[in-house]
Design a protein around this ligand. Structure first.
Ligand SMILES: [Zn+2]
Length: 79
């Protein structure tokens, strides 16, 4: 029961290349985050801007509406 949750989820990280300035998103596990390279110039000099979990609703943002028919619970599993 000591498995870290990072091993089971695949977070989407947003990177910005320090070399060409390209911004891109990469679905990568934490153990591979240092291996991310820029898809444009191939440089490894990328900076992580923010992280968004894949299980999080990407669009909509109506999770704060009161009295919604959805039975609460964070994480509806919608991808
Ligand atoms: Zn680049």
């Amino acid at each position: 029961m000591s498995r870290t949750i990072e091993e089971m989820i695949m977070p989407i990280y947003e990177f910005a290349c320090s070399k060409c300035g390209r911004s891109f998103e990469e679905l990568v596990s934490l153990s591979k985050i240092d291996e991310v390279v820029c898809p444009k110039c191939g440089s490894g000099q990328v900076k992580k801007k923010m992280s968004t979990f894949a299980s999080k609703p990407a669009s909509g943002g109506s999770s704060f509406s009161l009295g919604a028919s959805s039975a609460s619970s964070c994480g509806t599993g919608s991808v």
